[in-house]
Write a protein that binds this ligand. Structure first.
Ligand SMILES: [Ca+2]
Length: 363
């Protein structure tokens, strides 16, 4: 089975100093490997904020494409300015650093790609907030010609949504309501997969040096430790069949699950169709929230995942993609350190001034 033409819209952040996840970068390399095996044809790439600000996800995407020798120019799209960052500490950091303005390039590029191809022949793989994709689907000609949208996101278990759908609930609502064929990889599916430190060892032993993924190995090890502290506990509590490795150092390869769901559907034991609605926020957008799920049609989702299936497929795939360009550096580090320095030093200096004033008054 070949998937045909694929457009990727993503929010890569493995190379970003403040990035939340390494999974977009891994999913991109998996897509390239599938292309090398003749399973699909990656025709374009666009970028959204999500795991980091747009200024950083765009820089990350450019470095990643250079590393893998991909000649496509990533089109910039939605920035943090036009979405709701759901995690409070990321929101605080964003308030210190800010983001560039959103660009219309991503929507224009997606629209042109859909309209230039035969109807229903293009699959859009959306691995970040759905802002760019929803805006492209506003054009009914585009919505009528898209083959399928695949979104990493949603939660069909009635519980709190993921980062992607929470960052722009209105966009998720618009994509669901557009009635384009939609496949989702929801939270409770993805949590059945886990990348452990020994998987990173296996990958390094098998692929390095030489493969593009070697530049992500350090970020993958960091992600194992980060996820244990900040992500896994909540996942294990909410998903009854979450991967048991999530009780220790391991991370969920979210976006890789979404890519494999559409490219290697046989890895998934069970598929179901659902009728999904994304209700508006009662007191205005944005809000925390869930979606309404009923038996019915409209949204296709795998519900079960063979243990190890996704991670074994990832390790098998990504070694195929050689490192062609220069090893990427860390994105956003100077600006981050500058911002932190200002955030820490200014209050300290102000405090020092107050203390010395108080001393001079009391002496
Ligand atoms: Ca993502």
């Amino acid at each position: 089975m070949t998937l045909g033409d694929v457009w990727l819209d993503f929010d890569p952040a493995a190379l970003v100093a403040t990035g939340l996840d390494v999974d977009d970068d891994l999913a991109f390399l998996a897509l390239l490997a599938l292309q090398r095996r003749g399973r699909l044809n990656l025709i374009g790439v666009s970028v959204t904020a999500g795991n980091a600000a747009l200024r950083d996800t765009l820089a990350n995407a450019k470095s990643l494409l250079r590393l893998a020798g991909v000649k496509l120019e990533p089109a910039a799209g939605a920035s943090y300015r036009d979405m709701h960052v759901p995690w409070p500490w990321v929101r605080r950091l964003h308030n210190v650093r800010g983001d560039v303005a959103s660009s219309p390039d991503a929507v224009d590029a997606i629209r042109s790609a859909v309209l230039a191809r035969p109807p229903h022949s293009l699959t859009i793989v959306a691995l970040g907030p759905l802002t760019n994709v929803a805006a492209a689907l506003m054009d009914s000609d585009v919505a009528g010609r898209v083959g399928r949208v695949v979104s990493m996101g949603g939660a069909l278990d009635g519980k709190r949504l993921d980062l992607n759908w929470l960052s722009d609930r209105a966009a998720a609502r618009a994509v669901v309501a557009s009635r384009v064929p939609l496949t989702v990889a929801p939270v409770e599916l993805c949590a059945q997969a886990a990348v452990q430190p020994e998987d990173v060892d296996r990958l390094v032993e098998r692929c390095c040096p030489g493969a593009a993924v070697c530049s992500l190995a350090r970020a993958m090890r960091r992600q194992c430790a980060f996820s244990r502290r900040f992500v896994n506990k909540g996942l294990v509590a909410r998903v009854s069949n979450a991967h048991t490795a999530l009780k220790s150092d391991a991370f969920v390869p979210w976006d890789v699950v979404a890519v494999l769901a559409v490219a290697e559907p046989e890895l998934f034991g069970e598929w179901r169709e659902f009728d999904v609605a994304v209700p508006p926020c009662v007191s205005g957008e944005p809000c925390d929230g869930t979606v309404v799920v009923r038996n019915g049609s409209g949204v296709l989702a795998p519900t079960r995942l063979a243990p190890g299936g996704v991670v074994d497929a990832l390790v098998d795939l990504v070694c195929d993609v050689p490192a062609v360009g220069p090893a990427p550096g860390i994105v956003g580090a100077p600006v981050l350190f500058g911002s932190v320095a200002v955030a820490v030093l200014v209050p300290l200096l102000l405090l020092r001034g107050v203390v010395s004033k108080f001393r001079s008054k009391t002496s």
